[in-house]
Ligand binder design. Structure first.
Ligand code: SAM
Length: 402
């Protein structure tokens, strides 16, 4: 049996993950001289491998499920297939890497995987595609909304289409442009019409289309808010239909997704509850998530000052900010250890931030603390951050076992 790597696999960490996923799925293999074709030395279940693998596009000449899934892509970025592209969220991790990591930690169909920093919902969507149940938690209402929409809209396509005409075609022009008016009038117009949609999943879909339009405008990409909203609705709907088509084409049994607003420092879960954790916490003080999504949080009616109190990595200044971050993260790692079943794996993707030109040892500190509370470090892989050389050159994939 022969496995062929995707042509765009080019980094060492990808090659390493590809080998780890094959081993974890029980394949005894030899890497070919071209480093792209792997030869299986014993017999393996090719049908099962075709369904699971992340870094291979062919198994014995047959297309893998993942190679078929990624073809459903409305963007120019190979990683933003299906609904992954929805919302320009800074700090998303690569879905292909998550699929491979789910294989590496041996996540199975009946398992529940937790991401306590769900962000834009990458972990949940990848679990869903592999038929694995997942729970995503984030302190940001924007993230909760985006993550829900990416995974749930597929259930309400006809309902979304039904509302579309009234919001995107018949909408009275005069009531549209209330977004620049004083705060008291903000709830009028399109926003109000969206809030009036009864079905929560449909309402969330349009809310996100509206938030992307806010984001487009705040980043001065597009000036016409309503046109941007309509374009987003169209593209989101097409991507949701792509998702449905992929599910039907490959007979994918989707995993359940549960997304909740919450605080990773205080998980409302029983001890020994989840079968795996895959997550990427804030990289110390590297990104101000409140500032980043300020336009969207404000559009949802949140007071930024208040919101800031619960976010990790954004409180205080200078060295104090780092100290607060470290204290917060220790609470999170305690919680992650508590809710994970013994013998199961916790994957943390994290990098070193910089403070006043000096690199903070965020990765080392994470390893040190996690080992102190009982986690065993099984793998520590360097991962290049392509395209961000000036800010951060690499991050690490840490795999712990409880
Ligand atoms: C690196 S991002 C996660 C990105 C995610 N992996 C993705 O692919 O989109 C870290 C996330 O942690 C969230 N966060 C910050 N403080 C938190 C807290 N106290 N509890 C839960 N989530 C928090 C931020 O809102 C942000 O979405």
């Amino acid at each position: 049996m022969e496995f062929r790597l995707f042509e765009n696999v080019q980094f060492i960490y990808e090659l390493v993950l590809a080998q780890h996923e094959l081993s974890a799925l029980g394949v005894d293999f030899e890497v070919g001289g071209d480093l792209r074709t792997f030869e299986c030395k014993t017999t393996s279940d090719s049908a099962a491998l075709k369904k699971r693998l992340a870094y291979f596009d062919k198994v014995d000449g047959e297309t893998t499920d993942y190679a078929s899934i990624v073809k459903h892509n409305r963007t120019r970025s190979p990683n933003q297939y299906l609904t992954h592209w929805i919302y320009p969220y800074k700090g998303k991790y690569h879905p292909q890497m998550i699929r491979a990591l789910l294989n590496v930690i041996g996540a199975e169909k009946c398992d529940v995987i937790l991401d306590p920093f769900i962000g834009s919902g990458t972990t949940s969507l990848e679990c869903q595609l592999l038929g694995i149940d997942s729970m995503g938690i984030d302190v940001s209402q924007v993230c909760v909304l985006i993550s829900k929409v990416k995974s749930e809209s597929i259930e309400v396509i006809p309902q979304i289409e039904k509302v579309k005409k009234s919001l995107c075609e018949d909408y009275p022009e005069t009531t549209l442009f209330t977004f620049d008016s004083p705060k008291t009038q903000k709830k009028e117009g399109l926003s109000q019409a969206i809030n009036n949609i009864e079905n929560e999943k449909v309402r969330n879909f349009y809310k996100v289309a509206e938030l992307i339009a806010h984001s487009d405008r705040s980043r001065r990409r597009k000036k016409d808010f309503y046109q941007s909203f309509k374009n987003n609705v169209e593209k989101m709907l097409q991507s949701t239909k792509d998702f449905k088509n992929a599910v039907e084409e490959l007979s994918l049994p989707l995993g359940n997704v549960k997304i909740d607003l919450g605080d990773a420092r205080d998980l409302k879960l029983k001890s020994e509850h989840v079968d795996g954790i895959i997550t990427s916490p804030p990289y110390s003080i590297a990104l101000d998530y409140v500032k980043n999504d300020a336009h969207a949080l404000e559009a949802l009616g949140y007071d930024l000052k208040k919101v800031r109190e619960d976010f990790i990595g954004v409180r205080g200044t200078g060295a104090k900010k780092v100290k607060v971050y470290n204290e917060d993260m220790r609470k999170c790692y305690d919680e992650m250890y508590r809710v994970l079943k013994t013998g199961k794996h916790c994957v943390i993707v994290i990098g070193n931030a910089t403070l006043q030109g000096q690199e903070l040892k965020t990765v080392d500190k994470t390893v040190e603390y996690c080992e102190k509370i009982g986690f065993k470090l099984k793998k520590n892989m360097d991962k290049i951050i392509f395209g961000l050389y000036n800010v951060m050159q690499k991050e690490n994939i840490l795999i712990f076992e409880k």
